[in-house]
Design a protein around this ligand. Structure first.
Ligand SMILES: Cc1cc2nc3c(=O)[nH]c(=O)nc-3n(C[C@H](O)[C@H](O)[C@H](O)COP(=O)(O)O)c2cc1C
Length: 199
């Protein structure tokens, strides 16, 4: 299944996670719009529990290199030309009462989706990664180690390049492979758990 069964919003259909990127830089204005999209995400109690380290090759090169160094070798291979790497971090306690926020990581995911969709709307591409050294992120960025902050993912953003730009043959093949999705009935349930909702 490489295309939606039911119609979805064009931006959702447009978004995907390429690995072939151009070296082209992003402007500060573009980076501002990407972060602004995260800012306007929904969150539990409007707590906005996302924190990010912005690694721009042009504007925050130290952070860029430090995030790049945290990536696993597979991700470093394809991220080399990417101009923007954003490390997302969840703040695990509510700002208003300092109680644990069990939805903090959910809300960082929500904000990251907005980041990815904003990128797609701007003609850019984004690709999130769990393949990075999360424990080493604390020392790399002086993230407090009091248990209140959790590094979640690194998201690469830039201009998509043709698949041929990838040096690795396996990656080139994956770049053009059909996109797979579980069928609706396998996870959207109706009256009883496990019974597929019939749309
Ligand atoms: C939290 C998260 C972690 C991911 N980690 C990696 C990763 O480390 N390396 C990678 O190449 N892709 C990674 N991906 C990309 C997924 O493989 C990709 O989103 C998935 O195959 C669906 O493809 P699509 O985004 O093009 O729809 C990750 C995606 C998410 C959301």
């Amino acid at each position: 299944m490489s295309s939606p069964t039911y119609p979805i919003a064009p931006l959702l259909e447009q978004r995907w996670s390429p690995r072939a990127f151009k070296k082209d830089a992003l402007t500060l204005q573009q980076i501002g719009s990407l972060l602004e999209a995260m800012r306007w995400s929904a969150s539990c109690f409007n707590d906005q529990p996302w924190q990010v380290i912005v690694g721009s090759r042009e504007y925050s090169p130290q952070a860029y290199q430090a995030i790049f160094n945290l990536l696993v070798p597979f991700n470093q291979t394809w991220c080399t030309p990417v101009p923007l790497l954003i490390l997302t971090i969840a703040r695990e306690r509510f700002a208003h009462n300092h109680q644990p926020n069990p939805h903090a990581q959910h809300d960082v995911g929500m904000a990251t989706t907005q980041l990815l969709l904003q990128a797609a709307g701007m003609g850019l591409s984004g690709h999130s990664m769990a393949g990075f050294d999360a424990p080493a992120s604390y020392a790399a960025f002086n993230i407090p180690t009091n248990g209140e902050y959790t590094p979640m993912a690194v998201t690469a953003i830039g201009f998509q390049a043709p698949a041929e730009a990838l040096s690795d043959a396996g990656m080139r093949e994956r770049e053009t492979a059909p996109r797979e999705r579980n069928p609706l009935h396998s996870w959207a349930f109706g009256n009883t758990w496990g019974t597929g909702f019939t749309a």
